[in-house]
Every structure is written in structure tokens, then in C-alpha cells.
Design a protein around this ligand. Structure first.
Ligand code: MN
Length: 491
């Protein structure tokens, strides 16, 4: 829940949105995204922030248990990462920001309140430019702590507080998206920005980024009543949940029913949303300033210091890779793996766009773009990649063989020439050697019909002869060269 996201009912819709209409309804989507910060310790306690493989309740301190007398102490590294997130979001860092208590009673929150930022967030308004050319405004992003995790077992539930106190930033967008595809694109772009900026490890499987989507539909220039689907943890589920909500809401309105403002959950297996609870208002949370934590006061030089040496961001890589003149899906696949993008950047520093283009295409065909496969490979060195590209350009390898060598290099970075030789993939481009094979093929009785066909002008028959040469050379002849030699022999 945040102010700003998805807009309030009654706000105006502006701009040309006709292409997004479905059955005359304009869908409008705002997204809130919780990003787990890549700090060593929690937001307010000196406890390990990585609880992925840990025993339940083994990474918890008196602060996380909220024992009487505990006093939270702000982790400065979380503030530094927030400042870097601000840069990636084209946003200013507040010179003064403060923490507030957000009250609710639930077993995952021993204090009875979450420490968050309601009135003076650390990250002010900004924007994200999507690869489709649209811009999504960011209302703000605030620092807050995560709650614990509950596991329900019918008659009882288990509480694990390892996650309690994990530092998050919650990024709140304006309602600037109008399709499920755009919502997915925004989620992916946030993932890229936060991962490249080093703000988060971006491990979606372990919930490092969770998306809440606010969806409404309207036939007028005023926003309709919205529903919120919480805790989506993959790009695909963002897209599918938005698609489902748009359809559900239009169906209700077409039947003359109205939309209830509520929080809904997403059932991935059933591919549907279900009502969870009616939406809370801000006053239900009884926000109040947290007296335990002093305000964050930052000077301009301190902010600059925290933002120094930010690595290249996806937008910068996209601008650089435009020189390759490849399809945007190839660039998208490369960017989905930060290590691959970095490698391609290194390749471009020491070679040409032609060489880099081949390497980009190999990466794109080797990296599936699905959420689950964004994990890092141990990538080959730029030098070996350039060597493989050069070998392909010199026709020492066919394009199929090059892909096979590339795949082998992903497993163990070794000399591509060595791999090609071991796998017997080197293409024979020695014209003398191929000429010998061509002569044998042309002399064979089985070839005479094809030779006669070509002489009488049926050029299609050349395919058969090239095929025979490839077969005789065990696939190692350079087919272009073979064809050239066949033509010159037949005349
Ligand atoms: Mn939150």
C-alpha cells in the first residue's frame, strides 16, 4: 500500500492511449516493487542478511525478535545502495528522510509495526524509460524492513523470522502502463536497473524482487476502481496476473456489476487471482514517526560519494550495442545476463561491431530469456570469444560448428581452435584438398545425372553434388568453396 501508485479513482488519464483499448476499455496499471538490498547485514541489526539456506530463526537478534529494550541501529550500507538505486531510477536522493512506524498485527511482525518511510522517503520522484519507447514515472521509493515468513499447515502455522529486518526499497510507480506486456517490460527493466546498479542480487526465485500490480479499467477519461495483486515473483506472473485482472474487471463491468477495491492473491498453478481482503486505508496503519531512529541527513558530497563508480546501466549498454545492428530481442537476451553484457562491452572495446555481432548472436541463442535462467554463467574471456568470431569469419568453422564450440566454451573457457580440433569441427577451406574430393564426386556414376542436369540448365541439381562433397568430407568441407569448385569443373 502506498500513496501515488495506480492513482486515485477519479484522476485524469492523458495522452493518446487508443492503441491500448480492449473492448473500448483502457486498462491502467501501476506497480509497486519490493527490492531486497544486497547488504551483508539487516537494516537495523548486525545479523546476516542472507538466510537462503539457513535454519528457520537462526539469523535473528533481539532487535528482530523485538525484545523489550531493543534499539534499532540503521545500516549505512542500505542507505548507500538506496542512493545508487536513485541514480538508476533517474531520481534525486532526499537531503533529509525519516522513518515511520506502520502498525499492523500479524505473527510475522513481532514489534506490531513495520519500520518504513511514509512521509519523507529517501528516494524522490524519478522515471524509467522502457525499451518500447514509453516512460513510466516513479512516484518515490522508500526504505523499509521486511517481515518474517509464515508457513501454514492446516491447524497451525510456523513463524520464521530470518527475513524479519531484511532491508528493502519499495519502488512505487505512477499509473503509466496500459497493457500486460508493458507491465512485464517495466518489471524486467526494474530488474535490469537494480541488478546492474548492484542494488540487489536480483534472485527472483528467493524473492529478491516482488511485484504488486494495481490494475483498473475505464471507459471514460477517469481512472476506474482498482484491485491490487500482491507478491508476484516472476515477470511472467506479472504479465499473466495483469491480463487476468483486465479480463475479470471488463467482464464484471459488462455484466453491470462494479469493481471492489481489494487486495487479491495470484495462484500461479490455476492462473487466476482470488480475493484476499478489502483494501486498507493509510489511516488503518496509524503511521507515526519512529522516535528510535534519527533522520537520515545527507550532504550533496556524501550523496555523490555514495553514487560514485556506478557500473554501466542497461540503458547505456543498449546505446552502445546499437552499433551491432542486431534485433532488439538479441540485445534483450544479452542484457538479461549482466555478465554477458559486460563481456560484449569488453569485446567491443578491442574489436569491431562485426566481430561483436557474431558473439551477441551466440549469447542470445545460448541464454534463454525466461526468469529462471538469468543466473550467471562462467563466461569465456573476450580474447577467446574474438578468436572464435575470427575463425568463423575466415570460414574455418561453419555457423553450426561455431555454436557448438561456443557452447563448449561456456562450460570451460579454453582456446576455441583447440576445442574445434578436438571435436573435429574444423572446416576444410584448403581448395586443393576440396578439389580432390570434388573430382571424385563428379567422376562417380551416381553423379552423372546431376552433372547432365546442370549442363542443361537445371541449376537445382548442384545441391545434390555439394551434399555428396560434404558427405565425402565428413561435413568438414567449406560448402561455399565446394560449390564454387563444382561450378568451375562443370563449366
Ligand atoms: Mn512495502
Amino acid at each position: 500500500m502506498s500513496l501515488g501508485s495506480a492513482g486515485e479513482k477519479g484522476s485524469n488519464i492523458t495522452g493518446d492511449v487508443s492503441k491500448y483499448l480492449i473492448q473500448g476499455y483502457l486498462p491502467t496499471i501501476g506497480i509497486e516493487c519490493h527490492v531486497q538490498l544486497a547488504t551483508k547485514t539487516k537494516l537495523f541489526s548486525a545479523v546476516d542478511n542472507d538466510a537462503r539456506e539457513a535454519e528457520p530463526n537462526s539469523k535473528v537478534s533481539a532487535i528482530d525478535y523485538a525484545l523489550p529494550g531493543m534499539l534499532p541501529y540503521l545500516n549505512r550500507e542500505a542507505v548507500r545502495l538506496a542512493a545508487r538505486a536513485a541514480l538508476a531510477l533517474n531520481a534525486e536522493v532526499a537531503r533529509v528522510s525519516r522513518f515511520d512506524r506502520k502498525h499492523y498485527f500479524y505473527p510475522d511482525l513481532p514489534k506490531g509495526y513495520q519500520i518504513s518511510q511514509m512521509y519523507q522517503p529517501t528516494i524522490l520522484s524519478g522515471h524509467v524509460d522502457l525499451p518500447d519507447g514509453t516512460t513510466v514515472r516513479i512516484n518515490h521509493a522508500h526504505l523499509e524492513e521486511d517481515a518474517g515468513k509464515l508457513t501454514h499447515h492446516g491447524d497451525h502455522s510456523e513463524v520464521d523470522l530470518n527475513r524479519a529486518g531484511t532491508p528493502l526499497i519499495e519502488i512505487v510507480s505512477e499509473p503509466d502502463m496500459h497493457s500486460a506486456a508493458q507491465a512485464k517490460l517495466f518489471a524486467q527493466e526494474l530488474w535490469l536497473l537494480m541488478t546492474y546498479a548492484g542494488v540487489t542480487h536480483g534472485d527472483l526465485y528467493h524473492g529478491n524482487m516482488r511485484f504488486d500490480v494495481n490494475v483498473s479499467v475505464s471507459k471514460t477519461d477517469q481512472l476506474g476502481t482498482r484491485s491490487e495483486v500482491k507478491n508476484l515473483n516472476s515477470f511472467k506472473s506479472v504479465e499473466r496476473a495483469v491480463e487476468y485482472e483486465i479480463k475479470r474487471q471488463i467482464e464484471l463491468l459488462e455484466k453491470g456489476q462494479s469493481i471492489v477495491q481489494e487486495t487479491r492473491g495470484w495462484d500461479d498453478a490455476k492462473a487466476k487471482t482470488t480475493s484476499q481482503r478489502s483494501k486498507e486505508n493509510a489511516q488503518d496503519y496509524r503511521y507515526m514517526p519512529d522516535p528510535d531512529i534519527p533522520p537520515i541527513i545527507l550532504s550533496e558530497p556524501e550523496i555523490k560519494q555514495m553514487q560514485a563508480d556506478l557500473p554501466l546501466l542497461p540503458t547505456q549498454y543498449r546505446a552502445e550495442f546499437a552499433a551491432l545492428e542486431v534485433d532488439s530481442s538479441v540485445i534483450g537476451a544479452v542484457l538479461s545476463n549482466p555478465a554477458a553484457a559486460q563481456k560484449l562491452h569488453q569485446v567491443l572495446e578491442t574489436s569491431t561491431p562485426d566481430i561483436a555481432r557474431r558473439i551477441a548472436n551466440w549469447f542470445a541463442s545460448a541464454i534463454p530469456v525466461d526468469d529462471e535462467n538469468l543466473s550467471k554463467f562462467d563466461l569465456p574471456s573476450a580474447a577467446n570469444l574474438i578468436k572464435l568470431s575470427d575463425m568463423t569469419a575466415a570460414a574455418q568453422l561453419s555457423s553450426t560448428a561455431a555454436k557448438e564450440v561456443f557452447a563448449a566454451m561456456l562450460k570451460h573457457d579454453t582456446d576455441p581452435a583447440q576445442i574445434a580440433e578436438n571435436k573435429n569441427l574444423l572446416q576444410v577451406s584448403d581448395s586443393g584438398e576440396i578439389a580432390k574430393i570434388v573430382a571424385e564426386v563428379l567422376a562417380a556414376p551416381a553423379s552423372q545425372k546431376a552433372v547432365a542436369d546442370i549442363k542443361s540448365g537445371n541449376d537445382k541439381a548442384i545441391g545434390y553434388l555439394v551434399g555428396q562433397v560434404m558427405k565425402a568430407s565428413k561435413g568438414q568441407a567449406n560448402p561455399t568453396l565446394a560449390q564454387k569448385l563444382i561450378r568451375s569443373k562443370i563449366g
